[in-house]
Design a binder for this molecule. Sequence first.
Ligand SMILES: Cc1cc2nc3c(=O)[nH]c(=O)nc-3n(C[C@H](O)[C@H](O)[C@H](O)COP(=O)(O)OP(=O)(O)OC[C@H]3O[C@@H](n4cnc5c(N)ncnc54)[C@H](O)[C@@H]3O)c2cc1C
Length: 430
Amino acid sequence: MSNFRQNHQSLWQHTAINPPKTETLEGSVQFDVTIVGAGITGLRTALELTKKGLSVAVLDKHEPGWGASGRSGGQINPLAHAQPNEIIDQLGPVFGPRMLDNYINSADEVFNIIEQYDLKCDAQRNGWLRGAHSRIAIPHLEKMAKNWSDLGLDIDSVEGNELHHLLGSEGYSYATRVKSGGSLHPLSYTRELARVALENGAKIYRDSEVTEVIKKGSSWQLTTNTAVVNSDWVVFCTNGYTDDSLKGLKETIIPLISVQAATRPLSDEEYSHVLPEGHTISDTRRVIYYGRKDNRNRILLGSLGTSELCVGSDRDRIHKAFEAVFPQFKPQDLEFFWGGRIAHTKDVLPHLHEPAPGILAGLGCNGRGIAMGTVMGRILSERVLGKKQQDMSIPTTPYNKFHFHRFYQVGVTITTKYFEARDALEVKFS
Ligand SMILES: Cc1cc2nc3c(=O)[nH]c(=O)nc-3n(C[C@H](O)[C@H](O)[C@H](O)COP(=O)(O)OP(=O)(O)OC[C@H]3O[C@@H](n4cnc5c(N)ncnc54)[C@H](O)[C@@H]3O)c2cc1C
């Protein structure tokens, strides 16, 4: 077991590989590039830049994998939330198709990196099932399957008894199946990215909270609690944990809470019956259910929630999720509960910002950051290495802020309750 310090008890903390050796940054130092946030996005950026010979520091308020990257469901889902034509409408004829390609190729990119660096993260590529929570949702899924398949994604549908067999339950009767999807151990993946970044020369610092960024001569100066860093480039990869250190960035996302639970270790018989072919699952509920197996005889299931500790009503929601999808497991079968923050953007797409020359931010993977955070890190590194904005595969956009951002918690609570009620009605009358 690692010495990971968090405000939650995740299964991943108990089963991850050991954390990389990192220190707190002290004194006055200089790097070509400073990256804020040691999650998947920041560490992938660091890896690509150090491979090109740049001196790179990654600073984290806590430690590598402390954020969503170490807490997630670990699903590698190569698909956007929207239909392809909606993305083309939003981003236009140049960046729209490039964004679609980013999604479609994102799972391959993750598996390629895992293979290239031999990352020890329990990666499996058994496909992803997205279930219809009610009959009303089926036409939407059919349309998604057709439109994304026309673009080359290997997606089909599965229903009835065949689906019940793949689930090990009757939780859904219609689902789309994306064969290139898969799963990994998210904390081990993040720690392994840190390992290879370190091996390639990156410096990674823990307990180093960036509190201010100012222009100092021709470079940028970052202040932490214990150090001052000067760099030509500063890259913010803080996603759902974005704070006020870069003015205005926080207002571009709503940090939604996602919560999940893992069962006790199951008997081989119980375990082999559920998701027998190792698919991951999620569904069409507005207040989504998502789940998978780990490779140590446990089943995980999650949803949206209100507290990163996954307490109170969040546990009730998880219990309901199990009752709906895997009713064979009861509340007393659940051993770990935890949660974390997802960065939700206004258009539900990831965003790249360059608010001043030499300052970059890449965030907003909207719950698909295992794959898209990995892609985003590469794209951020390309910009630092000189790629022109017009040639990038994600457009560089001005901040698109949420109005009344400081009241977001009230808004999220009310919306979640409303959406949950609509989901429940649709299930009841379907
Ligand atoms: C419960 C849960 C389940 C999820 N399930 C899935 C899933 O199955 N599949 C999927 O694709 N995605 C999933 N996601 C989303 C995915 O985990 C994220 O999109 C992805 O991990 C984001 O990675 P990141 O590196 O951009 O940010 P993070 O991993 O969140 O890292 C941000 C880091 O920034 C640091 N930081 C913030 N401010 C500062 C500062 N001022 N100074 C220094 N450091 C700072 C934080 O300490 C943190 O470590 C899930 C998320 C959650 C919370």
